[in-house]
Design a protein around this ligand. Structure first.
Ligand code: NAI
Length: 296
């Protein structure tokens, strides 16, 4: 077993939907977690949200009050990136953009120790490409969680061409200690799940274009007859259309514009409008108070 010892802190960079979920599972597993975001208000919201989740688990008698208090106390706000200097593992969950991720990891290498493992939660970008400009590219691996992180067991542990096998093994074992079911994957576009899932979304958009049925009907059919947990439109609303569109675009480009992976212009319009899904209160469906359509 080569999991990160709980004496080492975990840094989570990017405190949005995924970062807060990752912080929750790491803190619950006994690690000190330092959260950083370029928007400090996102860190405050994430910490308050995770503590709220721990309190709900206490109410449901799935966590003791003492454990919840201890786990909540392990969450720390990093005011600057320099505050994560002592981390043994950094998990990046910022915007799905190669240049942004490279810039972050390059800066992190000037801050953390040489024994610190760097992990990216990228959904689809080549781990090899993210690591290429690093001084020690062998210490970078993908640690791809699924949304919502506390509920979804799977973690894809993604090795780029330069990733050290021992680094991938530590990320794998650490995910297992966090209560997850990790699998090893290679750095192919979309890895395993997001590659297999592309046609699920793409065919949903095509059916909508062809007016075969409306989004709610397609979702209901997939959920009720198909045995899927969610249909494509409600799932994209959960993931966020900005994230989902970026992933499709990245897989499309990585496969040299293979038409099978063509992004949806309708989805691009949702992104342009800021209708990103649940997180913005509107996507394929409206959310929150006054929503006219039943929530999926
Ligand atoms: P989000 O939009 O909820 O959160 C991203 C956060 O990163 C924001 O709070 C933003 O302020 C912050 N940020 C942006 N650039 C930054 C930088 N340079 N330094 C520090 N913070 C920065 O996005 P979400 O959904 O949490 O996704 C994050 C990553 O996780 C993306 O790479 C995405 O592809 C991946 N992912 C997303 C999944 C999903 O279902 N939403 C599932 C699995 C992976």
């Amino acid at each position: 077993m080569t999991a990160l010892p709980t004496s080492r802190a975990v840094a989570v960079i990017g405190s949005g939907a995924m970062g807060s979920g990752i912080a929750q599972v790491a803190a619950a597993a006994g690690y000190t977690v330092k959260l950083f975001d370029t928007r400090p208000e996102a860190v405050a919201k994430a910490i308050a949200g995770v503590i709220g989740m721990f309190n709900k688990l206490v109410e449901k008698e799935r966590m003791s009050a003492a454990d919840a208090a201890a786990a909540g106390a392990r969450l720390q706000a990093a005011v600057t990136l320099a505050d994560v200097a002592d981390a043994g593992l950094v998990v990046e969950a910022i915007v799905e953009n190669l240049d942004a991720k490279r810039a972050l990891f390059t800066e992190l290498e000037t801050i953390v120790g040489d024994d610190c493992i760097l992990a990216t939660n990228t959904s689809s970008i080549s781990v090899t490409a993210i690591g290429a400009p690093l001084r020690l590219p062998q210490r970078l691996a993908g640690m791809h969680f699924f949304n919502p992180v506390p509920l979804m067991a799977l973690v894809e542990v993604v090795s780029g061409l330069a990733t050290d096998a021992a680094v991938a093994a530590t990320v794998f074992d650490t995910a297992a200690v966090w209560g997850k079911s990790p699998v090893h994957a290679k750095s192919t576009p979309g890895f395993i799940v997001n590659r297999v899932a592309r046609p699920f979304y793409a065919e949903g958009w095509r059916l909508l274009n062809e007016q075969a049925a409306d989004a709610a009907t397609i979702d209901a059919v997939l959920r009720e007859a198909g045995g899927f947990r969610m249909g494509p439109f409600e799932l994209m609303d959960l993931i966020g259309h900005d994230v989902n569109f970026s992933v499709t675009q990245s897989v499309f480009q990585a496969y040299f514009n293979d038409p099978r992976f063509t992004p949806s212009v309708q989805q691009l319009e949702l992104v342009n409008a800021g209708f990103l899904g649940r997180k913005s209160g509107r996507g394929c469906y409206p959310y929150g108070e006054g929503a006219a359509v039943p929530q999926p």
